[in-house]
Ligand binder design. Structure first.
Ligand code: MG
Length: 285
């Protein structure tokens, strides 16, 4: 889940400087990786459920059951009154759309964002899925957005600057001919879903605060096929592209370590076999 750039949510003042992140120990990062593994595995299960005719509300039920059965607590549910476990944003919806009885249709793209709390630690992850056959534009948008996520993660290095991440994301997206959403941002994550620092998907390399080992952030490019402007829907949650263009969203929770960035939202041994056949690798469609 992405806070708007105007919002500011921080951890306890005793554990941080004025703008600094709450640094995590190696043991704490391992604990966050356990939360991340559970969440990534849930996403793997959801990927197998996405299909034309499936209501987004049914996906929400699958996610909540999966997480709770394994000791997780949905992080979004109840957050500032949000009513569901996942967000399901279709086509021109960017983020935070509430699951409903509306069924997915062939040719849609759906961005699923979810968070979990496990043993007091939060993980946050999103990915956009095609529903059946999608347009060439939709396919290129999803690929560029996911590629920009990994560019951003690769730039998240101790000794570097926060602006390196946004610059890497923005460059990848704009080279593909698309626009990064600017009014919503990534964020620090830990015992709270939203900690300092905010992580914009745009910026100047070499600018911003210096990145330290022990910082854990959610890197989450939100990318529109058209312009970067977005608008908030009448439900107070759904953010859509202002021009109605398609939008995609990919997110990982990432720890900055002395050995480089470590993606914490990775499905692992928990990965169940696909329902209808042999086990597939995480992320396979
Ligand atoms: Mg997030």
């Amino acid at each position: 889940m992405a806070p708007s750039k105007r919002q500011s949510r921080r951890g306890p003042a005793s554990q941080r400087g004025p703008e600094g992140p709450i640094l995590k120990t190696a043991g704490e990062i391992d604990a966050m990786a356990a939360a991340g593994e559970l969440l990534a595995t849930c996403h793997h299960v959801l990927a197998g459920e996405v299909a034309a005719g499936v209501a987004t509300g049914a996906l929400d039920e699958v996610a909540e059951q999966f997480l709770r059965d394994r000791g997780g607590v949905p992080a979004f549910k109840g957050y500032q009154g949000y009513p569901a476990t996942i967000t399901t944003s279709i086509n021109g919806q960017v983020v935070h759309a509430i699951p409903s009885e509306v069924a997915l249709r062939d040719g849609d793209i759906v961005s699923i964002d979810a968070g979990v709390v496990l043993d007091g630690w939060v993980a946050d992850m999103a990915r956009t899925h095609p529903v059946g056959e999608v347009s060439d534009l939709a396919q290129r948008l999803m690929e560029a957005t996911e590629a920009s996520l990994y560019r951003g993660i690769d730039a998240a290095r101790a000794g570097g600057r926060l602006g390196d991440i946004g610059h890497a994301v923005q460059t990848e997206v704009e080279n593909a001919g698309f626009s990064v959403v600017k009014s919503l941002v990534g964020h620090g994550v830990g015992r709270s879903m939203h900690e300092a620092p905010q992580v914009p998907n745009f910026g100047r390399a070499g600018s911003g605060v210096r990145l330290s080992a022990g910082t854990v952030i959610a890197v989450e490019p939100m990318v529109n096929a058209g312009g970067h402007e977005v608008e908030l829907g009448s439900d107070g949650w759904t953010v859509s592209s202002a021009d109605g263009s398609l939008s995609a969203h990919f997110e990982h929770t990432v720890a900055i370590t002395a050995n480089g960035p470590r993606i914490l939202t990775v499905a692992g041994a928990l990965t169940p076999p696909a329902r209808d056949g042999p086990a597939r690798p995480p992320g396979a469609r």
